[in-house]
Design a protein around this ligand. Structure first.
Ligand SMILES: Cc1cc2nc3c(=O)[nH]c(=O)nc-3n(C[C@H](O)[C@H](O)[C@H](O)COP(=O)(O)OP(=O)(O)OC[C@H]3O[C@@H](n4cnc5c(N)ncnc54)[C@H](O)[C@@H]3O)c2cc1C
Ligand code: SF4
Ligand code: SF4
Length: 778
């Protein structure tokens, strides 16, 4: 039984890759951070490519000019007019991004200063001798006029230096950025304060090498960079890693005549550029060269010894001779610099130890708490408390009545039939304000989303979500249905079947049941879990849950409902749009995806008990149904209606909105989503990937608010079929090299490119732009 459950869990959720998101500063489309006036560009903005670094540096400076304009005067050489005036912009780091920003600052007439810890273009100068340079994407022209066209390291350094030798660079290492009364101050490690209106952070990742965490790693013959491969000619060398740096190092060492062993923990290369992978395999087969290349995959490094490296293989441990060891397993962003400067990092919600550490040296950690979010959270609960207090005849209702607050001198006891009368009657109940607030948030943040993400897909999807939230989920039950009924425009039989009479309902009938037209069982349970069977609703619910939704999912995936119809999805894609990168990723969280299955099973058990109770009224099934849905256990409301509807959907779902993204409920807990995950496993929908274009930048994974490791699929060129996908299009739209697109596979698993909807939206984009940018096609 346990093995069967395990197999089911693997089939549904646990077989998918579960890579985590790299921690980088949170920046918006204009490279702004949460600290006013501070921008982060280059590698630290997410895409580790020269052209994107140059582009980001220039665009950040243009945004500064757009927002505030230059001071009006500079004192020559980029200096401000006098000692009292701060710089328009201080640029940290003289790499590709920083120098592109500096050139643009000069062109725009800003006063500026570049601070560099080591030397100009230090990262590029550290590349190995004669390293080939790939200027991806080939068809991209970065903003500004700094050219990157060279194809070899030495030529690239020459090209960049020739274009920037007239830009002054100060030797100083930035320690942190402080917010001051009149702007910002960059504090250097020497204690100098450089004042500025804006700061562009372009310090790359140099220096923060990931460690192997094994004994012997600190020995002198272990290196993290390769300068000159010819010095290793004739030596035994072990290279550790499986990305571009490691494969490029292995290639140049072998070509220089070294005997290279490449150790990588996976059994195939997924990260490096195809050119590098191809060359590695060529060299492995080549027996005529001076050097040799052996691949040891999958292997883990256990220990570095003086003349060898111990590796664990699938067969056990083995030793490999090594005069030199190159550990090329990547570099981390300078997270401490960002934390010291109060710059928010994505997926960095577990910072307690840092805050506590700071607390020991004073109470400055208090400023790091997100008071705005705490206030938003408190305001939400106060609002809900007020609404429920009104409902129970509490202080809000009494206050409104005693102040004569019912609008326009309207008498709630009168029974008018005009639209205004109906509206004012609806306004007597708290649910009206809750739905009004919900719909207003969806519309306001929906408009913002459309303005921010200018693709036809987003426009059509967001407008659909807004329209569904406003019309069938608000205007229909609050105004249209009661107005039609009061004016005798709907047959009584129809009303009795769908909206039974109730003495508690303000209009005398349960028009709220109209939510069931959109929200299907078991997300919205109340049209099925009613005291007497509501036959029409039972038929509608059956068709929705077991016919229409599976049909839609078969063609367009679970996102057809979650991303285009559902009101939870509407809030997540609008209010939650800018919090999507807060969804946690990784294996542990993927296991939590199964929580929804447990809730779905509970909903089905209740359904069977409900049917049993109808067939045999007063039986044990009836009693168990009542206890399961409404009962108290040990004095606590441990029943489905409270635990799922109130605690999980309401308190947890909304409570963690600004911390763990707006899709927490949708991903982990929603019982309807859990059912749709099963349907989705039979769907034709996929996100297709052009493996050759993928640069392993992790952007797609980091923007996925369903926690999907999209990059792992893309790196292998496999169609993405994780059932958690809600088709929001963030990964497709954000991919810098246009790797991803929505599509379908046919019954034999063969790719059928592009969904009809996306194809037509892409044509609209082409017409709007003149030509379609690959990354925006969806
Ligand atoms: C081995 C390797 C191979 C690559 N190959 C390619 C390729 O073929 N094609 C391609 O497009 N891209 C390639 N890249 C990526 C490319 O080099 C980066 O995208 C680009 O250099 C990033 O520019 P940047 O300005 O953000 O950072 P960097 O170029 O890293 O510049 C950061 C600068 O900031 C300085 N600095 C650091 N900390 C501080 C501080 N606290 N205060 C002041 N200054 C500081 C550093 O000394 C450095 O000069 C490669 C990268 C590596 C590591
Ligand atoms: S479309 Fe992309 S970002 Fe959106 S849920 Fe699916 S995989 Fe995640
Ligand atoms: S698919 Fe695109 S966004 Fe994702 S890792 Fe590859 S290049 Fe980056």
């Amino acid at each position: 039984m346990f093995a069967l459950l395990r197999e089911y869990a693997d089939w549904l959720h646990l077989q998918w890759p579960a890579g985590e998101v790299e921690r980088l500063p949170r920046v918006d489309d204009q490279f702004r951070t949460n600290v006013d006036g501070v921008y982060v560009v280059g590698d630290l903005a997410g895409v580790p490519l020269l052209k994107f670094s140059v582009d980001g540096g220039v665009r950040a400076v243009r945004d500064i000019v757009e927002r505030s304009g230059p001071n009006g005067a500079t004192g020559g050489d980029g200096a401000p007019p006098d000692d009292e005036t701060p710089y328009d912009v201080v640029i940290l780091g003289a790499g590709a991004a920083g120098m592109a920003a500096a050139r643009e600052a000069r062109r725009q007439g800003l006063s500026f200063c570049v601070l560099e810890a080591r030397r100009r273009f230090a990262t590029i100068k550290d590349f190995q001798k004669e390293k080939p340079i790939y200027t991806y994407p080939n068809d991209m022209t970065p903003a500004g006029d700094l050219q990157v066209s060279a194809t070899v390291k030495e030529a690239l350094v020459e090209e960049l230096e020739a274009q920037t030798d007239d830009i002054p660079v100060r030797h100083a290492e930035a320690h942190r950025i402080d917010e001051t009364a009149d702007g910002l101050a960059v504090v250097t490690t020497d204690g100098e304060h450089v004042r500025a209106q804006n700061v562009v952070v372009a310090i790359g990742r140099s220096g923060n090498f990931r460690s192997l965490d094994v004994p012997g790693e600190d020995k002198d013959h272990v290196h993290h960079r390769l300068y000159d491969p010819t010095r290793c000619a004739g030596h035994d060398v072990v290279v550790i890693g499986g990305g571009d740096s490691a494969t490029e190092a292995a290639i140049s060492l072998t070509e220089a005549g070294a005997n290279v062993t490449l150790s990588y923990r996976r059994d195939e290369f997924v990260r490096p550029k195809p050119e590098n992978v191809e060359r590695v395999y060529e060299l492995k087969e080549d027996e005529d060269g001076d050097g040799s290349l052996e691949l040891m995959m999958p292997t883990d490094v256990e220990e570095v010894r003086d003349e060898s490296v111990r590796l664990s293989t699938e067969e056990g441990q083995t030793g490999v001779r090594a005069d030199q060891v190159f550990a090329m397993i990547g570099r981390e962003a300078p997270l401490d610099f960002f934390r010291r400067s109060g710059i928010e990092l994505r997926n960095d919600w577990g910072e307690v130890p840092d805050s506590l550490r700071e607390a020991l040296s004073g109470l400055s950690w208090l400023k790091d708490l997100r008071w705005d979010r705490i206030a938003a959270f408190a305001a939400f609960f106060l609002f809900m408390a007020a609404v429920y207090s009104w409902k129970d005849g509490g202080w809000v209702g009494r206050l409104a009545e005693s102040a004569g607050a019912f609008p326009f001198g309207w008498d709630p006891a009168a029974e008018g039939t005009g639209v205004i009368d109906v509206l004012l009657t609806s306004m007597q109940k708290p649910g009206f304000y809750y739905t009004l607030a919900y719909s207003a948030i969806v519309v306001i943040f929906g408009v913002k989303r459309i303005r921010r993400r200018k693709t036809p897909y987003i426009r059509v999807q967001t407008m659909t979500l807004m329209a569904i939230q406003v019309v069938p989920l608000f205007i229909l039950p609050e105004i249209v249905l009661p107005w039609l009924a009061k004016n005798g425009l709907l047959p009584v039989g129809f009303l009795d079947a769908l909206f039974p009479v109730s003495e508690y309902a303000v209009h005398g009938r349960q028009y709220w049941r109209a939510y069931g037209f959109i929200l299907a069982w078991p997300l919205f349970i109340w049209n099925v879990f009613s005291s007497d069977p509501l036959w029409w609703w039972l038929a509608i619910c059956f068709v929705q849950t077991f016919v229409l939704i599976p049909g839609m999912i078969y063609f367009w995936g679970k996102g057809a409902y979650c991303g285009w119809i559902c009101s939870c999805g509407a809030l997540a894609e609008t209010l939650g749009d800018q919090h999507r990168d807060k969804m946690p990723h990784g294996e542990g969280w993927n296991k939590l995806n199964l929580a929804g299955q447990v809730i779905m099973v509970a909903a089905f058990l209740l359904l069977f008990l409900r049917i049993g109770g109808w067939v045999w009224p007063g039986s044990w099934a009836d009693a168990m149904y009542q206890a399961g849905l409404y009962g108290e256990w040990m004095g606590l409301q441990l029943n489905y209606s409270w635990v799922v509807d109130v605690v999980m959907a309401g308190m947890i779902g909304y409570g963690v909105y600004f911390w763990l993204s707006g899709r927490f409920w949708c991903r982990f807990l929603c019982p309807l989503a859990a059912l749709m995950h099963i349907y989705h496993r039979f769907s034709r929908f996929r996100i297709l990937a052009d493996k050759k274009k993928c640069i392993s930048c992790n952007v797609c994974t980091s923007v996925c608010h369903q926690g999907i490791d999209v990059m792992s699929f893309a790196q292998q060129g496999k169609p993405m079929e994780d059932p958690e996908c809600v088709r929001c299009s963030a990964c497709v739209q954000s991919c810098p090299t246009g790797v991803l697109e929505f599509g379908q596979v046919d019954g034999d698993g063969q790719i059928v490119h592009r969904d009809a909807l996306e194809a037509s939206l892409a044509r609209i984009q082409e017409q709007e732009n003149g030509s379609a940018a690959p990354a925006e096609a969806a």
